[in-house]
Design a protein around this ligand. Structure first.
Ligand code: TA6
Length: 301
């Protein structure tokens, strides 16, 4: 390739507002700067790695030891899990959380909307994806950077047969000390607990993180709020067309096994993942679409 990748995307730039630059590991990213907030999204996995509303500190966690290369997921930000969540049921060799978070996507458009910027990236089925999953699809990740962070995952079935998939916006939020957080999820009554052989449990009251936590909450539609007394802020995640919320923190022992997580970083992250997984997997008929949306806000503490 003669022109660096960033030159290929020069056409999409909005000078002084949205630029395509070389990021970590030389991977191209779109850097957004507006009066309402700033943010970054890599073409690698259409992966949001930063969102900072005006007058607030960074809201997303990003590991200092993340890898930045094809075939590896960035540790932190918002990885996109598709078309399966965790391991692929019928293929132990398949990549965890699917294959779209570890490949380069393409820019579809960059637009201004009121005080925000909407960056749309897409990826499509090809011979490589069909090695893992035979479906024909187009996936668009539409991200709105402003006083809120809006993420919409649009799946189009471009094939001739119905397709079924799982999906998750695996968001890592930055917290002062995960053990001090209180998370409210009003309709998160039942969950499967991965730390207890996936048995079904009932959630009593607020979600507190006091050990390794890896829960798939079922049939949840309500907004989730993480109260962070250390950073003195409350992060609210509102969902559309998502019936699961995954809550994860590896805690000390599991974190020590993760080469792309620096020492003690596990205390500064909490994953709140709008998703459709397990029995809530999505089915889309040929030619039809499904859009899952999540909006993150920093609200008064
Ligand atoms: O969403 C929680 C989870 O499924 C955990 O079980 C843990 O595996 C986490 O995702 C991270 O997965 P990754 O493949 O990104 O290391």
């Amino acid at each position: 390739m003669t022109a660096p990748l960033t030159d290929l995307y020069r056409q999409f730039e909005i000078p002084g507002v949205a630029e395509v630059v070389s990021g970590n590991g030389g991977l191209p990213k779109v850097r957004v700067t507006t009066a309402e907030g700033s943010g970054e999204i890599y073409l690698h996995g259409a992966h949001v790695t930063s969102w900072k509303p005006a007058a607030e500190d960074e809201v997303l966690f990003l590991s200092a030891k993340s890898q930045w290369e094809d075939g590896r997921a960035i540790r932190g930000g918002v990885p996109i899990c598709f078309p399966w969540f965790r391991g692929k049921a019928d293929d132990p060799k398949a990549p965890a959380h699917g294959f779209v978070r570890t490949k380069a996507w393409q820019i579809e458009s960059i637009k201004q909307a009121a005080g925000a910027v909407i960056v749309s990236m897409f990826t499509e089925s090809d011979d490589n994806t069909k090695k893992w999953w035979p479906a024909e699809f187009r996936l668009v990740h539409r991200v709105t950077f402003g006083s809120e962070l809006g993420m919409e995952l649009e799946v189009t079935n471009t094939g001739k047969t119905s397709l079924q998939f799982e999906e998750a916006l695996h968001a890592y939020f930055r917290v002062g000390n995960v053990e001090m957080t209180h998370t409210q999820a009003p309709d998160a009554f039942h969950y499967y607990d991965k730390t207890d052989v996936h048995t079904k449990h009932t959630q009593l009251g607020e979600i507190m993180i006091t050990s390794e936590t890896d829960r798939v909450y079922l049939n949840t539609r309500d907004p989730i709020e993480v109260e962070d007394p250390v950073l003195k802020r409350r992060i609210r995640v509102t969902k559309e067309n998502s019936l699961n919320t995954v809550v994860w923190n590896p805690w000390e022992q599991k974190a020590a096994l993760m080469s792309d997580l620096a020492k003690e970083e596990w205390t500064q992250m909490l994953c709140i993942e709008p998703s459709n997984v397990l029995s809530f997997a999505v089915e889309v008929a040929p030619g039809q679409q499904h859009k899952m949306k999540a909006v993150a806000q920093v609200v008064d503490f």
